[in-house]
Design a protein around this ligand. Sequence first.
Ligand code: BGC
Length: 870
Amino acid sequence: MTTMLMPLRLRPVRLRAARLLVVLLPAAFCTLPVPMAAQEATQIAAPFRTRHTDVDSLLQAMTLEEKLGLLHGTEDPAGKAGAGYVPGIERLGIPPLRLTDGPAGIRTALPATALPAPVMLAATFDPVLARRFGAVMGREGRAREQDVLLSPMVNIVRVPQAGRNFETLGEDPLLAGRIVAAEIRGIEGEGMLATVKHFVANNFERDRLRIDAAVGERALHEIYLPAFEVAVRAGVGSVMCAYNKVNGTHACDSRRLLTETLRERFGFEGWVMSDWYARHSLEALEAGLDQEMPGVSFGPMQPVLFSDSLRVAVEGGGVPEALVDRAVRRILNQMDRMGMLGGGAPRPEIDVEAGAATARDVALAGAVLLRNEHGTLPLTRDGVASLAVIGPTAKTLLYGGGGSSQVPPFRQESPIAALERRAGVGAHIHYVAGIDLDGVPVPSTVLTPAGEPEASGLMRTASDSTTQVDPVVDYTGSNALPVDTEWTWIGTFTAPVTGDYELKLQTGGGSGTLSLDGNRLLSTGGFFNDASLIPTSDGLSSATARLHLEAGEARDMELSVRGGAGGGFLGTPAGQPLQVRLAWVTPERRQAFLEEAAAAAGAARAVVVFAYDEGTEGRDRPTLALPEPQDALVASVAAANPRTTVLLNTGDPVLMPWLGETGAVLQMWYPGQEGADATAALLLGEAVPGGRLPVTFPLSDELTPIASASERYPGVEGRASYDEGIYVGYRWYDAEDVQPLFPFGHGLSYTTFAYSALRITTAGDGFDVRFRVRNTGALEGSEVAQVYLGPPDDPPANMAPRQLVGFERLRIPPGEEREVTVHIGERQLSYWSVEEHDWSVASGRRAVYVGRSSRDVRLRDEITAEEGGH
Ligand code: BGC
């Protein structure tokens, strides 16, 4: 279906800077092979094509009931499935399918390798690592008796504050495509079926079940669809359709998306499953939805459709059985491709150390050194001999984001412990929290129990209606409440002085809610709740509300807790004593913590301050600023000591009002279970950061592509207008000439690189861009050489000033040089023509930029692409 406009022709081109005529050499003379491993990892030919079983005969032997059993999930009788279960048909040798999340590791009740957040994988710009990343999940998933992985996620980062940005692969379709192809090959190479999600335009969490993404044809094809297309070509077994609507139709009901685009244009042969409960009608089967997940009724409002209702429709002649057969065949074909039919492939053992090595390598390679003034990093011996380490995530590793991607890790270490271990003799490291995440129990002096105005505390009611006054609510540790009980506390709460307070609800062995003046303020437990990803130091789930309170104003307070299993994405195990604490941080306490941190920073030779955000499914961030009071913490620490390194554990961009006062900023994302060791190695210079930003970091909340209009985000009356078109991420910053805080592709190193000898030749369906990169520093390090393409002088449609068309991650010893060849193919030279509804080469003279980021161009030349050949 692609345009047949080849061959392209390269005209003599002038190097603008040097005014030299490019000498064209015969392509064969110049072409240097891409390193073998990289080539293998990026190949997108379908890896498994073998057919083992006669699926048509199987289908003929199946009853309608048996067929329908494959088209929806159900409860796993063995309780092993991570996220979904499809029963098998024993008499026909069809095994059950167990489905598990998710993009950062295998998520069942059992521990697994918690890999770094996928955004960190994207930051490696390394398909070879992506393949290893996928292989860890494929192998561990198979070993854990799972068959289908609900990963990778390739929704383009459009909204910088979107809750799931950490789960996906950045803002550029080419980068996301290169990574996802390799990752799928890694997953499926272990015999596990991969699922690419969420198809399509599922770009933020607010109103995610209802929002209608009004997105133009061109942006869909150029920005939001390409990574899915690449996933299909890489052989992905399954596609998960998204919750949202696209141009008025639910993605899971859309014939245009599921059939015309996915199958007829991309050639998809696998099956489409719904996101969890994202099915709306029986007509969806005809449109192209094959399987309803999880298929477990969620009350009368959420009946299972692809079960009895579908049977009745087929038996009544309303739905042809051939449609059921089509969907069943698509599922069985994929199971067959993986050798799952007729006995099934043997399951491997988990290799804990191999998984850990991959997690660590990705954490090292995806770390992005954003700033490094006056050689602040790596830390020197002197610095380590007198080092202040500040911030809660220095003590508790924030290894992953929240939601369905959360994995119970095999192991984790505290970053401060890893630093001490690696720094060894002579190190003197002083830790201060700087922020009080635990707080202290709210004292009885500010509480008045309901019905007892003379007393202090809250009125407690047990489930048998007995009451008593509790001076404080702190039933934790040996003072815990019995398993599976329910309790309520009622009264008023009166702030002693006017100021900004934090109120905290902390629970264990159950879930709780805290209300103020009749409004629910906080919850712990439940599928989506307010609990932090960082538990209290005694292991409780902790939810915090920040409130400005007036002195003497009594507020009605109600706190309820219920013991029992469930709650939260990782669940609460059954049979645990119920723990609950009502805690707070007063303005004075908060100030005292900040002052303690600044004093520790001032007394030390060097400082590392850890800051974090909590990206999570189901919730967008209200602002790009770090959660309070971290900006104040970083600012006061940096003011006390200019040799301050800020270590960021965030899933996406954050604002940095304090940037100019700091020595260095190292972006460690959510670095997975080996993140502490990787962090320590990078800080101490035992490893060199080599990651690059897969997303633009904006200067402020207002200076982002979607900030100008609520129509764009979060949408108006359930409709989000994607009228920024193709101007997503750096394409928008460049087109609007808006200065970012850090541009897409940015990342420093402990060494330096020089670029030279750019030459471009025609090759195959486009051009080969060839240049040299030399490590001019004293350390071995990794560089990501990036190639961007500009629009023609007279573009056929609005085009981005620069778009990424290729990249190569290089590891170069000091003093050595590498020759790099990046191919610009026909697709990269094309734009989506809304007249032809197809790709079309944007012909004419176009600039080629080679550099270290989208804004740091080191070499420049031009090509002339022409349609129609010589
Ligand atoms: C998420 C999916 C996930 C599924 C199963 C949904 O809520 O959107 O990404 O795979 O749950 O956990």
